[in-house]
Design a protein around this ligand. Structure first.
Ligand SMILES: O=C(O)CCC(=O)C(=O)O
Length: 298
C-alpha cells in the first residue's frame, strides 16, 4: 500500500476524558468498534508543561556526538544498531532521516534533529515516571481489561516542523508481541496535533483483522517477518486530530500511521505502551529488558 498520506480523512468519535480514567460503557463500545478512543482533556496543561520542560532539559543535556542512529520506519536502518537494540531499558536519542549529512554531522540544530527519545523514560526519568503512573492511566488500563498492567515502552515523538517524517502503517503488536495479544498504546498530544502537522491516522475497525508482521530477532538479527499478507482494510482512514492534553488509546492490532509534518509547527507526543503481565511476552521481541524488570502502576 502507498504511504500514510494516501487516505482521505473523516471525523472520528471523541469523548471528554473521565478524570479517573475509568471508561463508561459508551466509550468501551466505541473502543471495541473502532480500535481507538480519543479522550480530550485527559492530561492537564500543567502536566503537559512539565513534560515539555523535561524534554527540553533532556535534549539540552544530550551530546549529539554520542550517536548517529537515525530512526526510520521506512528503512528500519536503526535495527542494525546496538544503540537502538539496547534502548528498551535506556533513554536513547534517535535522529530524523535527513538530519545528518553523509559524514554523520548534524545539518540542523540538535533540538530540531531528533525523531524520538525512547524507550524506558517511564522507569528511568522521574517526570516521565510520574506522568506515566498517574491514576488516570491506571484507571484507563483497568477499564481496558489489563489484569496485571505492565508499563513496557515509552517514547517522546518529535515530528519536527518541516522535516518530521511519516510513520508507516503498522500494528503495535508487530513490535510488542504477547500471547494472547495484550499491548495497548496511550498516545498523549503534547502539542495540538492535526492533519497539517502529522496527527495520527487510523483505520476504524482494522483491529479486527489479523496481525500482518512481527519485528523480532532471528539468529541475532532483527527481522520483519510477514505472518499474513492481508492488505490493510480498503476504507478511508480517519485523522485522529488531538488537541494538547488529549490521549488517544490504541488497540494493539489497530493499523495506524502518521503523515509527515509539512507545517512550521511542532507535533510533540508522548507514547506509552502497556502489556498484561498475565500474558507471555515473546522472547524474540526486539524490546528486551534483562536488567530492568517491568513494573506496573505501583
Ligand atoms: O506519533 C506517531 O506519529 C506514531 C506513534 C505510534 O505509532 C505509536 O505510538 O504507536
Amino acid at each position: 500500500m502507498s504511504g500514510p498520506e494516501a487516505r482521505a480523512p473523516r471525523a472520528p468519535a471523541r469523548f471528554t476524558a473521565p478524570p479517573d480514567g475509568r471508561l463508561d460503557a459508551s466509550m468501551l463500545e466505541v473502543y471495541d468498534r473502532d480500535g481507538f478512543l480519543i479522550l480530550d482533556g485527559c492530561v492537564p496543561s500543567d502536566d503537559c508543561d512539565a513534560v515539555q520542560t523535561r524534554i527540553a532539559q533532556l535534549v539540552d543535556a544530550f551530546d549529539p556526538t554520542t550517536t548517529r542512529t537515525v530512526f526510520s520506519t521506512a528503512s528500519q536502518a536503526h535495527a542494525r544498531d546496538a544503540y537502538f537494540r539496547d534502548s528498551g531499558g535506556a533513554i536513547r536519542f534517535f535522529y530524523e532521516d535527513g538530519a545528518l549529512d553523509a559524514d554523520g554531522n548534524l545539518v540542523v540544530p540538535k533540538a530540531r534533529a531528533l525523531n524520538k527519545i525512547g524507550h524506558a523514560l517511564h522507569d528511568l526519568d522521574p517526570v516521565f515516571a510520574s506522568i506515566s503512573r498517574h491514576a488516570r492511566f491506571a484507571g484507563l488500563a483497568a477499564s481496558l481489561g489489563l489484569a496485571a498492567p505492565l508499563l513496557l515502552q515509552s517514547m517522546v515523538i518529535f515530528k519536527q516542523p518541516h522535516i518530521g517524517g511519516a510513520v508507516d502503517w503498522h500494528q503495535d503488536l508487530t513490535f510488542l508481541h504477547t500471547t494472547p495479544p495484550s499491548v495497548v498504546g496511550f498516545w498523549l498530544a503534547l502539542d495540538d496535533a492535526d492533519i497539517d502537522n502529522g496527527c495520527l491516522l487510523a483505520i476504524p475497525g482494522g483491529h479486527r483483522g489479523p496481525l500482518r508482521q512481527r519485528f523480532r530477532y532471528q539468529d541475532g538479527a532483527l527481522i520483519t517477518q510477514t505472518l499474513d499478507a492481508t492488505p490493510w482494510p480498503a476504507g478511508p482512514a480517519v485523522a485522529l486530530e488531538a488537541p494538547r492534553g488529549s490521549v488517544v488509546v490504541l488497540h494493539g492490532l489497530l493499523p495506524h500511521a502518521s503523515s509527515a509534518n509539512r507545517s512550521a509547527r511542532s507535533r510533540h507526543a508522548y507514547s506509552l505502551h502497556l502489556i498484561d503481565g498475565t500474558t507471555a511476552y515473546a522472547a524474540d521481541n526486539w524490546l528486551q529488558r534483562p536488567e530492568l524488570p517491568l513494573r506496573g502502576f505501583a
